[in-house]
Design a protein around this ligand. Structure first.
Ligand SMILES: Nc1ncnc2c1ncn2[C@@H]1O[C@H](COP(=O)(O)OP(=O)(O)O)[C@@H](O)[C@H]1O
Ligand SMILES: [Mg+2]
Length: 290
C-alpha cells in the first residue's frame, strides 16, 4: 500500500504545522469540558488523533459526540481543558480556521446540491477559473477531470461525473465528501455518524473509504453508535456516556463483544431484557385479541 504525503497534491493544504511524522498526535484533547448554560455536554474528555489511524468515538444519543466534533471542527469552543493541533495549543474561532489547520468535517446531512453534477459539488465554493477580468470563467474541464481522478484514487469509479450528485447512493455521496476533504488538503478527517442512515452494504462501502483515508495517512475521527462498524476499522475507541468518558481502549485491548457490551450498557440491557420478558401467565402481548 502506498502512503502519499498527507497533503499530497492538494491545492488548499497548509503545511505550516507539518505532518506529525514524529509520532506526535495531529489533534489532542486533554480533559476537555463544555457546558451549555448549566447543562454539562462534556466533562474531562481526552482523545488523541494520530496520522494513519482511526479513532472511534462511541456513545448513545446525548452522550456528547456532536459537541466533541463541534469543538474539533471550530464550531464551538471548549470551556476547560486543552486542545492541541500538531502539538500547539489551539482555540478555534470558526470552521474556516479548522480547515486552514487541516481539519475537515463531513456531517451526516452533507451540504450538497442534489441537482448539480458530482464535479460541481466536488468543487463547490473552491472552483478553479480560467482567464482574467470579464473573461474569467469556470475551468469546467479541469473540474471534471480532477473529480474523476480524485475519486478513482479512492477507488470510486463513477460512470459519469456529470450525473447529479442526488442520483448517487448515500454511501457514494459520503465517499465523494471524503475524497473531496482529502483533495483539499485535510490531514484530519472528522466523520459524524457516516453510516447511521445506511444499510449494511452501503455502510461497508463507506467504511472502505474511511479505511482508504487512513491508508493515505490521514488521522480519522469516526463518530458512531454502532460498535460493529467501529470495531471493523478502529484503532482506538473512546466511549462517552452523558458527557463523560466511560472508556478508552486501544484496539488490541478490546474485543467486539466487550465493546458491544460497554456500548449497550451491559447490566442495563440485562435489566431491560428481564423487564421485557413475557410473563407466561399473560398469554399473548396486549392488543392481540379481539
Ligand atoms: N446547543 C445546545 N444547547 C443546549 N444543550 C445542548 C446543545 N447541544 C447539545 N446540548 C446537550 O448536550 C448534550 C450532548 O449533546 P450532543 O453532543 O448533541 O450528543 P450526541 O451527539 O452524542 O447525541 C445533550 O444533553 C444535549 O441535549
Ligand atoms: Mg450527535
Amino acid at each position: 500500500m502506498t502512503m502519499k504525503a498527507p497533503d499530497g497534491n492538494a491545492p488548499g493544504g497548509t503545511a505550516a504545522d507539518g505532518p506529525a511524522a514524529d509520532g506526535r498526535p495531529l489533534v489532542e484533547l486533554a480533559d476537555v469540558s463544555k457546558y451549555y448554560g448549566n447543562i454539562r455536554a462534556l466533562e474531562g474528555v481526552s482523545l488523541r488523533v494520530h496520522a494513519g489511524e482511526i479513532t472511534c468515538v462511541l456513545g448513545d444519543n446525548g452522550a456528547g459526540k456532536s459537541t466533541l466534533i463541534k469543538i474539533i471542527s471550530g464550531l464551538h469552543r471548549h470551556d476547560a481543558g486543552s486542545f492541541r493541533i500538531a502539538g500547539r495549543d489551539s482555540r478555534l474561532s470558526n470552521p474556516r480556521e479548522a480547515l486552514d489547520r487541516g481539519i475537515a468535517t463531513v456531517y451526516q446531512d452533507l451540504a450538497v446540491v442534489p441537482l448539480m453534477p458530482v464535479w460541481r459539488n466536488f468543487f463547490l465554493g473552491s472552483e478553479p477559473t480560467l482567464g482574467r477580468g470579464p473573461l474569467r470563467r469556470l475551468d469546467v474541464r479541469k473540474m471534471r477531470a480532477t473529480t474523476h481522478t480524485e475519486l478513482l484514487r479512492m477507488g470510486i469509479d463513477l460512470r459519469d461525473v456529470d450525473q447529479p450528485i442526488g442520483t448517487l447512493s448515500g454511501g457514494e455521496r459520503q465517499s465523494v465528501a471524503i475524497a473531496r476533504a482529502i483533495y483539499f488538503g485535510a490531514r484530519v478527517l472528522v466523520l459524524d455518524e457516516p453510516t447511521a442512515a445506511l444499510g449494511v452494504k452501503q455502510s461497508g462501502v463507506v467504511l472502505k473509504y474511511v479505511a482508504a483515508a487512513r491508508d493515505q495517512g490521514l488521522g480519522v475521527v469516526l463518530i458512531t453508535h454502532n460498535p460493529h462498524h467501529a470495531h471493523l476499522v478502529g484503532d482506538r475507541f473512546i466511549l462517552l456516556k452523558r458527557g463523560i468518558m466511560a472508556g478508552s481502549h486501544a484496539r488490541p485491548d478490546i474485543t467486539l463483544d466487550e465493546l458491544t457490551r460497554q456500548m449497550a450498557g451491559g447490566s442495563e440491557l440485562e435489566q431491560l431484557s428481564h423487564e421485557l420478558r413475557r410473563d407466561p401467565e399473560d398469554g399473548g402481548p396486549p392488543g392481540t385479541e379481539g
